[in-house]
Every structure is written in structure tokens, then in C-alpha cells.
Ligand binder design. Structure first.
Ligand code: SD4
Length: 327
């Protein structure tokens, strides 16, 4: 059997061993504080409780690249109307418009992003097209929408009845107050290492609920919401984008790793930059990162952040240590 045949066999076995996942999402109460996972690849890791996204990514890894995997994974919450911070069903801005930010970055250092994109369910796929089909790295607003439509993406209303109802209730007081860990499906940052040990990442979000019209967060910005350096590793962020943008946490984490920090140390340092310089007390930011060998690190400001990791041994939901300890 050739290399490809061996790979397929390996993947059949690994998919089998992680099939228990397909039954549903792991309950957070059963998640572990320390993962049973040795540094290894292939692997998929995503922010929050995103087992279904990881499953889709893992499947895509069987005969695709890390880039195929992260795109496939990110598309799952984008299409899920129940996930109210990503894609279809996402919370709108103050004016009732769902506006989406997303990016992808591959092992060659290529990057593509869309910001403030309306009416397209899969911004992550549009971001990939920006990367692959244009001479640019980022398209925004009307231009991004026009490009998506030209590329064959369907334009549709993304505001679900449920999100609209919540927004109308919010309008009664119009109190702008981001909630910590508002739900366990949140912005997804997803990273994968494929069989060739190449790393890619993606990040996709509808941003902060009831944000100002025109607001763009960290998620589509290279070095803030996501950064991949195939020689070293990758990092992605979730939470209050303004804090991440002011400290460029994902780039910082990868660069610290390049200079010798462990993945965990680098994540902790990125959170400490926020703690030391910003008003963080009522806000959440969480980082997850991997190195080239598949070693995982994560850290957050507030308790309650989790990540989901999938390897040949299956999928685990893992609790992240935080600067502020739970009571
Ligand atoms: C943003 N970072 O737009 C995103 C939102 C998010 O968990 O990650 N929420 O600021």
C-alpha cells in the first residue's frame, strides 16, 4: 500500500475512534482541565464547544489540506442558526444588520479576509477566495459583498426571527454591555495541522452583538484574531476584539514561541499584556495556540473559556486556565 493508501487506512481508523462525537456535543460539565492529548498531528483545535466543526474539519483532513479542514470546520457554525455569534443567525448590529468578519491564513503565509460583510452565509469561504482569487488580502462591506456575489455566493437574509426578537428586546433599553462568555458557541477560531505538518487557521464571527454600524473586530485582522507561521505555530483569539486589536495577541503568541516560549507561556503573556495595559475587568478574551509539533496552549482573562481538540484519539473539550479565578 502506498503512502496515500496508508493515510486513508489511518484516517478510517481514526474517524472510527472519534465516532462517539457524532452523537452530539460534549457537555461542558464533563470537560477536562488538562487534556489527555500528547503533542501530535494531524489535529484540529477550535475555540469554545465546537465539536461538530472539528468533526467536519477532521473529515476534510482525510484527503485535504489544513486549509480545507479549517474552512470546512468554520462553515459549520456559520450555517447554524442557533449559534448567535457566527454567520447565519448571528446577533445583528444596533441597526439590525448582521455583519460578518472572517479570515483564513495558510502554511505559506497567505492570508485573506472579509470585514463588515452582509447577507453571505459563509464569510470564511469568501475570505479564502479573496486570498486565492485576488491580488488583495482584505475586502470590506459593499465591495466584499459584490465580490462574493460575483464569485457565485448566494445573497440572503441572515437575521433569524430569534435574533431579531432579541435585538428588539435589546432596543428597549439599548444598553451596550458585552456579556462575558455569553454562550458556549461563540466566535470560532479554528486551526489544523495536516499530515504534511502544515498549519492553517480560520476565524469567523458576527462580532459583538449590537455593535455600532461599521464596527470591525479582531477576528478578520491578521495578527489579532489569527496568526499562522508554519515554521513555529499558530494562535487565534476570541472575546472582546478591541482588547485583542490593541495588543495583537495572536501575532505576539507566535512570535514569543519563535523566541523560545512554550505555547502555554506565550498564551499567558498575551493575556498579561491586556491585563497590564487595558481595562479588562468585565471583559473576556481567550487565546488558543499550537506549535508545529501539535503542543497546545490556552489562556483567558475570565473563567469559563473552553476549547475543543480533535486528534486520532477522538475529541475533547478542555477547560482553560484564566487570570481571574472562578469563585
Ligand atoms: C469580535 N472577537 O468581534 C470577536 C467576538 C468574539 O467571542 O470573539 N466573541 O470582537
Amino acid at each position: 500500500m502506498g503512502r496515500k493508501g496508508n493515510r486513508r487506512k489511518f484516517f478510517k481508523q481514526s474517524l472510527k475512534s472519534s465516532l462517539w462525537l457524532a452523537a452530539g456535543t460534549t457537555a461542558v460539565s464533563s470537560c477536562k482541565a488538562t487534556p489527555n492529548i500528547q503533542a501530535q498531528y494531524p489535529m484540529v483545535i477550535s475555540t469554545w464547544d465546537n465539536a461538530k466543526a472539528n468533526e467536519a474539519a477532521w473529515k476534510a483532513l482525510s484527503d485535504g489540506t489544513a486549509l480545507d479542514a479549517v474552512e470546512a470546520g468554520a462553515r459549520v457554525p456559520e450555517a447554524d442558526p442557533k449559534d448567535m455569534s457566527v454567520g447565519y443567525g448571528g446577533r445583528p448590529d444596533r441597526d439590525g444588520h448582521v455583519t460578518l468578519d472572517a479570515c483564513v491564513m495558510d502554511h505559506l503565509g497567505n492570508y485573506g479576509a472579509v470585514t463588515y460583510l452582509k447577507n453571505i452565509m459563509h464569510p470564511v469561504s469568501v475570505a479564502r477566495r479573496v486570498m486565492e482569487e485576488t491580488p488583495h488580502v482584505m475586502l470590506s462591506g459593499e465591495g466584499a459583498l459584490q465580490f462574493a456575489v460575483d464569485q457565485g455566493f448566494k445573497s440572503q437574509n441572515l437575521l433569524t426571527e430569534e435574533a431579531k426578537k432579541e435585538w428588539e428586546e435589546w432596543k428597549v433599553t439599548s444598553k451596550y454591555e458585552p456579556k462575558i462568555n455569553i454562550e458556549l458557541h461563540d466566535t470560532i477560531g479554528i486551526m489544523a495541522i495536516d499530515h504534511d505538518q502544515n498549519i492553517s487557521g480560520a476565524c469567523t464571527t458576527s462580532g459583538l452583538g449590537y455593535k455600532m454600524a461599521g464596527r470591525v473586530g479582531d477576528s478578520p485582522v491578521v495578527g489579532a484574531g489569527l496568526f499562522v507561521d508554519n515554521e513555529v505555530g499558530a494562535a487565534t483569539a476570541t472575546g472582546m476584539g478591541e482588547l485583542v486589536l490593541k495588543t495583537l495577541g495572536s501575532f505576539l503568541i507566535v512570535e514569543l514561541m519563535r523566541q523560545g516560549a512554550t505555547v502555554s507561556e506565550a498564551c499567558e503573556e498575551a493575556v498579561m499584556r491586556i491585563i497590564n495595559k487595558q481595562d479588562y475587568k468585565k471583559l473576556q478574551v481567550g487565546f488558543i495556540a499550537i506549535d508545529k509539533q501539535g503542543q497546545i496552549g490556552a489562556y483567558s482573562i475570565q473563567p469559563g473559556f473552553v476549547y475543543t481538540v480533535t486528534t486520532v484519539s477522538g475529541t475533547e473539550l478542555v477547560k482553560v486556565n484564566s487570570y481571574i479565578k472562578s469563585e
